[in-house]
Design a protein around this ligand. Structure first.
Ligand code: Z16
Length: 833
């Protein structure tokens, strides 16, 4: 039970309640206090790390009082809450964001300067919270920012990985993975050693009947691991609302050691038990768009889901409402299929623990959950072997079988003539070995299923989930196009552009209503405005050029066209096509006379991104990029005309430097493969144009910004199937320019040809699954158009301004409001003040 202070004593509490600093003087006092007491240091012993620590603690104190108030308000108001279940939250740094969201960055800047520090040097001390792989994890982080900024009563639930996504080093052109131990000092989390849940694994199910003849299932035995809550405050922008992200950490249940074993002299095995328990939350699986079916991953999923549901149910029970009201109090969103076991776990709690009849429980479950799909790639769709579930979660497997049975009965009734449909839609795939199809389970257990961009939502309804549309009707399926938070991705990453926009859009209102950017459009033709705009872009390029110089030792000219592709390395994202295009450009330049060369537009081709450690082809692509770079960057004929850069260890904090510095960025996936993409939105929002295929959110970006303000190329998704078929069964003629590129690679220009044999063979011999050859010609042609357009700087800058003015739709605020209205049925909590 939670103890509360009796009424007569509350005056004393109120008298001493914490008053947060409001001005520079107050901020400095807090920093010095934290240095001198919390950190036990002094002005003779205060480096930048200590100043970062003290500054963070000062802001943390502020957040935590707002956080407390928000939680109290949400409890008293007793309204419906949203729970966002995500195995990934790619948060990046917290301090800069906290300072901007509470509106005290300038105050802190002046205060730190007064105390002898530059704020940038302090901000950069912080480790990124890199608890995610890429787009899916960063989307979850943008959503948390929007949920708080819009005052929705919302919680995030995730895992507190000891190691986030690995750090990438490039050694001799190859990726090397280094563990990301990020928790040595993390002021942004609050351990809640009093908020724990015991999580059961393995064991057996005992079935019996009670006095009334009702079937009872009891899950018994096995092992127990303890989940401990760590809370991370999520401040909204320009609002006191501070929501909670609860991350679970695993430890051995029953304290530090098994004392029985310990006292029996079995010290080693008691330590081993402890380590095994802690392994569950030890490390993030580093795969983006790939599922490998490892038992520890399934353990992570159940551990996190069971702890979160216990917490959610515990909170609901405090309201003393009837179970039927659960979906009116609770909306749970499943970020991909990773938390799908939550559906089964809630059904288990309601039926086995709370004793509800199956049908009544199932109605509650399906009205509670929503499922977001993020991919159509077959290798990314989760399937778990029945045998694995049988062993780890025996009761859950039975419940899955029952869910499937009732579902198939419904299908049979609806399509009595169709024998094949049952096999196709069964949650249990009758393969060898049998597998549980998690996406199907998620669809059956949710009331809404959404894709993340229009094309993607259409594709899932017409391909991978087609049968389910026939079964449930189209209303169960919907689209919510992704968005990004303009606070981090414009205001924080690009403060000068944000300020310039504010000066023309009537202040900072665009940061909370991004459609206000529309006012910018009238200045697209304004010479003076264009000049200021171009100056800011140039300064951002200078900043990136410095980063390149400092990290790689390569000098790039900021007056060149900066062409950037940063994202996870994946064949479907086609970084290989980009680097083949760069080689083509290099060959073209080499063939020119020196006079002709002088007329060419200088370019810097910038790449960045991690390859999953087990993804050999992706690692080959990284190696080729670096090998091309070391040849091209040192070719005296070429000079500034072409530089090839691979930025090490692309992450959120680096993206904040990279996104504002692009002239053009590349979003060139094979049509139909990239569900949405979100960096496309970040780049355009920062005044860069994009070259891209008709895929994911590129299509909606085109609709918004206009076809003349984007460079589209390549085959359409409707054409992909036929092209692939032709590669395999017809004749596959390789584009001649691409062939010249391959010949150059095979000549050994970029190092041992054998090293890149597989990249060439994938196109030439193995069916070119990602259609590199089919799209290469139009890709090269479109890059030529980019060069041409860039030569007319006035018009180029006009295009950039116009595009930014039309980006209002892509705020994650719009996106969250759509979820709230069409899926969650929740409303914001008005804030006092
Ligand atoms: C991921 O980052 C995405 C999909 C997925 O199945 C797994 C992971 Cl880890 C990405 C999509 O590839 C991307 O197109 C999309 O923008 C992003 O999720 C957010 O929806």
């Amino acid at each position: 039970a939670i103890a509360s202070i009796p009424e007569p004593q509350r005056a004393a509490w109120e008298k001493h309640t914490v008053k947060n600093f409001e001005d520079q003087d107050g901020f400095e006092r807090e920093v010095v206090r934290h240095v001198e007491t919390t950190l036990a240091r002094s002005l003779f012993n205060c480096d930048e790390k200590a100043a970062y620590a003290a500054t963070s603690l000062a802001f943390r104190d502020r957040l935590i009082t707002d956080w407390n108030r928000t939680q109290q308000q949400q409890t008293f108001s007793d309204t419906k809450r949203v729970y966002y279940l995500s195995l990934e939250f790619l948060m990046g740094r917290a301090l800069d964001n906290a300072m901007l969201n509470v509106g005290l960055k300038d105050t802190a800047k002046a205060g730190l300067a007064d105390l002898g520090f530059r704020i940038e040097d302090i901000i950069t001390q912080e480790n990124d919270a890199a608890l995610g792989n890429g787009g899916l994890g960063r989307l979850a982080a943008c959503f948390l920012d929007s949920l708080a900024s819009l005052n929705y009563p919302a919680w995030g639930y995730g895992l507190r990985y000891r190691y986030g996504i690995f750090k990438q080093e490039i050694i001799d052109g190859y990726q090397v993975e280094v563990p990301d131990y990020w928790l040595d000092f993390n002021p942004w989390e609050f351990p809640r050693h009093d908020v724990t849940v015991d999580i059961q694994f393995y064991g057996n199910v005992r079935k019996s009947t009670d006095a009334n003849g009702k079937n009872i299932a009891a899950w018994e035995g096995g092992e127990v691991v303890q989940a401990v809550a760590y809370d991370v405050p999520i401040p909204g922008y320009a609002t006191p609302t501070t929501n909670n992200l609860r991350l679970w950490s695993s430890k051995a249940s029953g304290g530090e050691f098994d004392f029985q074993k310990f006292n029996n002299g079995d010290y080693e095995s008691s330590v081993a038990d402890q380590q095994r328990a802690e392994t569950i939350s030890a490390v993030l699986y580093p795969n983006d768009n790939l599922e490998r079916g490892k038992e520890l991953r399934l353990k992570q999923q159940y551990f996190w889901v069971a702890a979160s549901l216990y917490d959610i149910v515990r909170r609901f029970k405090k309201s003393k409402r009837r179970w039927s009201e659960f979906p009116e109090q609770v909306a749970i969103q499943l970020n991909d299929t990773h938390p799908t076991l939550a559906i089964v776990e809630l059904q288990r709690i309601l039926v086995d623990v709370e004793g509800l009849p199956w049908d009544q429980a199932w109605k509650i479950v399906t009205n509670t959950f929503g499922y977001t799909n993020h991919t159509v790639l077959p290798e990314a769709l989760e399937k778990w072997p029945v045998s694995l579930l049988q062993n780890l979660l025996p009761r859950h497997l039975q419940i899955i079988f029952d869910i499937n049975l009732f579902f198939l009965q419904l299908v049979e009734k609806k399509f009595p003539e169709d024998r094949d449909i049952l096999r196709r839609v069964s949650i249990v795939e009758e393969s060898q070995p049998k597998m549980i199809r998690m996406a199907y389970l998620a669809i059956v257990g949710s009331h809404k299923v959404n894709g993340v961009a229009e094309l993607h939502s259409d594709l899932i309804q017409t391909t991978i989930f087609k049968d389910f549309v026939a079964i449930y009707g189209p209303d169960k399926f919907t689209n919510v196009t992704n968005g990004v938070t303009p606070r981090r991705w414009l205001h924080q990453a690009n403060p000068r552009l944000s300020e310039l926009i504010a000066s023309k859009c009537g202040g900072n209102g665009f940061l909370t209503d991004l459609t206000k950017l529309a006012k910018l459009e009238q200045f697209a033709g304004d010479k003076e405005f264009r000049k200021e705009w171009a100056e800011i872009k140039y300064a951002n390029k200078v900043r990136l050029a410095k980063h390149i110089k400092n990290t790689l030792g390569v000098t790039v000219n900021p007056a060149s066209l900066f062409d950037i592709q940063v994202k996870r390395i994946h064949e479907y994202k086609r970084q290989q096509m980009n680097i083949f295009g760069v080689i083509h450009r290099y060959l073209t330049l080499k063939k020119m006379s020196p006079e002709e060369r002088k007329k060419q537009l200088p370019r810097v081709s910038i790449f960045g991104g991690k390859a999953a450690p087990g993804y050999w082809m992706a690692k080959q692509i990284i190696h080729l990029i670096n090998s091309v770079g070391s040849v091209v960057n040192n070719d005296a004929d070429i000079g500034d005309l072409l530089k090839v850069i691979f930025l090490e260890d692309y992450n959120v904090s680096k993206a904040e430097i990279i996104c504002p510095a692009s002239d053009i960025s590349e979003h060139i996936s094979t049509a139909g493969t990239e569900a949405s993409g979100t960096s496309n939105m970040k780049f355009v929002l920062n005044g860069g144009l994009i070259i891209g295929t008709c895929d994911g959110a590129n299509i909606e970006i085109t609709r918004e910004v206009g076809e003349s303000n984007i460079f589209l190329f390549g085959n359409l998704s409707e054409e992909v199937e036929d092209l692939r078929h032709a590669h395999t069964y017809g004749s596959h003629a390789i584009d001649s320019d691409l062939d010249a590129v391959f010949q150059e690679i095979e000549k050994g220009t970029f190092g041992t040809p054998h090293d890149f044999g597989a990249l060439v063979a994938a196109v030439r011999q193995h069916g070119d699954y990602y259609l590199v050859s089919d799209d290469f010609h139009s890709y090269i042609e479109t890059h030529r158009l980019v060069d041409e357009a860039y030569r007319n700087q006035d018009e180029w800058v006009s295009k950039c301004i116009t595009a930014v003015a039309r980006m209002g739709f892509f705020s994650s605020d719009r996106c969250i409001n759509e979820y709230a209205e069409s899926i969650w049925n929740v409303e914001p909590l008005p804030t006092k003040e």
